[in-house]
Design a protein around this ligand. Sequence first.
Ligand SMILES: [Zn+2]
Length: 235
Amino acid sequence: MHRVIFLLFFLLLAACETDILRVVPADEWDQPTSGTPVSAATFRDVSRAIGSEARTQCLRETRKQNCDFRVMVDVNPRAPANAFQTLDENNQPVIIFTRSMIRSAQNKDELAFVMGHEAAHHVLGHIARQSKNASDAATKFGDQERQRGGSDAEIEEAQKLGAKVGVQAYVKDFELEADELGTIITHNAGYNPLIGAKFFDRIPDPGDKFLGSHPPNAQRVQRVLETSRKLGLTQ
Ligand SMILES: [Zn+2]
């Protein structure tokens, strides 16, 4: 799902674009999906519905950001199951699903839920907030090392560590925020987030590791349940 590595990802692209990213817009994606639970047509429907609801939520926010979501498919057959949100060169939000991710969804609700979660990261301004957290902590760690009398190399190392800690400090909160708004987007777009969140039953649980990149699955499911209850949804 959402990763901090999205920037790295695009840097890598420049290096070996033929191997890593071959994306097509969701609307033009029409691969045979025989043997998979969700058809290409369903994926296109979900993309349109979630994109439209995410836009509505995004326009309500006071952040001045581009709200025209584009959903793309990474058609590289070797890409692992993944979905993530990034920004293109015009700051337009892009949600990318790999083919194996689409294949791994058991139904339209799971697909909608994952897409709603990724869209929520953008609506909530997570990329900008994360890079601010990283740069603030990098500055703080670097200054402390400078005051300690560290060498330039040590100051640089401290800044790098600070950037990592700054990202990690909020990454779990951001995931839960995206699960909450993602649940609302999924529901408003006409899908069932309670069915969609069954997706968590099948992905590896990161557990409750300190400085882990994702909250435990149980905590995420809990957030979906609480939000669904507020929306009047029952299991
Ligand atoms: Zn995420």
